[in-house]
Ligand binder design. Structure first.
Ligand code: ATP
Ligand code: MG
Length: 405
């Protein structure tokens, strides 16, 4: 019998007239994710996606990669059968030879409503055949084995396992955003959460080299590589920030520094976002977590940029963020010691209740436009890919209109 991974989706299926767009993107993301693994092909079939396996296809790596595809509700290694009751029953009985169980249930679903039996009738027919051949008992509540039967178009798919997908929406169905990625715990989680809502994420990191080490940039690259499991390749802008910080330190009062740094970061990020065609900025802020994240300060910081600012972690506490960071594989990288640019030159008692007018007055001491322009034009852009055929590239300067990829 031919083998497939039968992939189910949930939210994508609710998309009305846009559904084909979402399904096609999901299909192409799956194809992309399985780069380098021998498979027969990936195709859509009535509200499902089929990954056709070859005799030599190995199960584990496919399951592992499907587990990172946003949009998938579940996926199951399954066998293709004729759908007429007689051959379907025979095929099920044959497959059960390899299964070890004392109790079971049949769970049939019909996508093809013209099938002559309804789901319950099919459950009963197949169940009776299994009882007769194997002398096992039916348990509808807590069976040792569930035999799933999906009747789709003119086929039937048989399977015994359902792996949970990550849910969400396929990457690249919701547009492009620019995420501010520090080496910390929160911002990679924020990027993950927004990818899960279908965004393709471009990254920007601010560094204070030579005041901070090259390793701290490498840490950010490592984080991007982990996040590439979900979107396959990324662009990372590395922006030198030491000059900006020196200006801030020289011309402004100490307690406003962190807010000024953040507002500058957002302005620079916005400039890069416009070049990238990104429609929003993303940060890892969590309300009240540190001094720069009081409601007052978030408002004053956020008002520096006109683009929408998304803060997917805003309502999460540190424990929840850490739990997700562990799950997605960024935590161990984030906790490696490093010096973030913003921990340089910061006062012991930073402002917690900044007022917009006051900050704008302080900013008049700075030549903001020159600072932003210099930072953008001396930034570097790196392309980091998950697969060998998408080689990592480094270019010295990010060019306007280089949104490519
Ligand atoms: P994180 O763990 O993400 O660093 P945090 O709780 O340490 O978050 P802050 O350091 O105050 O919080 O940063 C708030 C947000 O500002 C970060 O989540 C990130 O989006 C952005 N940010 C801070 N520092 C940098 C940086 N060096 N480069 C890019 N973005 C940064
Ligand atoms: Mg931080």
């Amino acid at each position: 019998m031919e083998r497939f991974f039968l992939c189910h989706y949930h939210e994508v299926g609710l998309k009305g007239s846009n559904r084909t767009f979402f399904e096609n993107r999901l299909r192409s993301n799956i194809t992309r994710a399985l780069t380098g693994i021998p498979i027969g092909g990936v195709r859509r079939i009535s509200g499902r996606i089929l990954v056709e396996l070859k005799p030599e296809s190995s199960f584990e790596p496919i399951a592992q990669r499907l587990g990172n595809i946003f949009g998938l509700a579940s996926f199951s290694p399954s066998w293709l059968s004729e759908q007429d009751v007689e051959p379907l029953t025979q095929n099920l009985l044959r497959l059960l030879d390899d299964q070890c169980f004392e109790s079971f249930r049949i769970q049939a679903r019909r996508a093809n409503k013209r099938y002559p039996l309804n789901s319950q009738e099919l459950n009963e027919k197949l169940g009776a055949a299994v009882v007769k051949s194997y002398r096992k008992k039916v348990d509808l509540e807590t069976p040792e084995l569930t035999c799933y039967v999906d009747i789709v178009e003119k086929f039937a798919f048989l399977y015994f396992e359902k792996f949970r997908g990550p849910g969400g929406l396929p990457v690249s169905t919701s547009g492009r955003v620019l995420a501010l990625l520090s080496g910390g715990i929160d911002s990679p989680v924020a990027a993950y959460k927004i990818m899960k809502r279908g965004c393709r994420v471009v990254f920007v990191h601010f560094h204070s080299y030579p005041h901070t080490s090259l390793e701290s940039q490498d840490k950010v690259r490592q984080l991007v590589r982990v996040l590439n499991r979900y979107q396959f390749y990324s662009r990372l802008h590395l922006v030198p920030f030491a000059d900006c910080q020196q200006q801030v330190v020289a011309f402004t009062p100490a307690e406003t520094r962190v807010i000024l740094y953040r507002r500058l970061m957002l302005r620079i990020a916005e400039r890069i976002a416009l070049r990238e065609g990104a429609q929003a900025l993303v940060t890892g802020d969590s309300l009240g977590q540190v001094a720069s994240q009081t409601l007052e300060n978030l408002a004053v910081i956020g008002s520096a940029a006109a683009l929408p600012l998304l803060r997917p972690c805003v309502g999460e506490d540190k424990e929840e963020i850490i739990q997700l960071a562990r799950k997605i594989g960024t935590f161990e990288i984030s906790i490696q010691p490093d010096v973030d640019c913003c921990s340089l030159f910061v006062p012991r008692h930073p402002e917690t209740r900044a007022r917009g007018a006051g900050i704008e007055r302080v900013e008049q001491q700075l030549d903001l436009e020159a600072m932003i322009e210099r930072a953008v034009s001396s930034s570097r852009i790196e392309k980091l890919g998950l697969f060998a055929e998408e080689p990592e590239q480094v270019s010295p300067i990010s060019q306007p209109g280089s949104a490519g990829l």
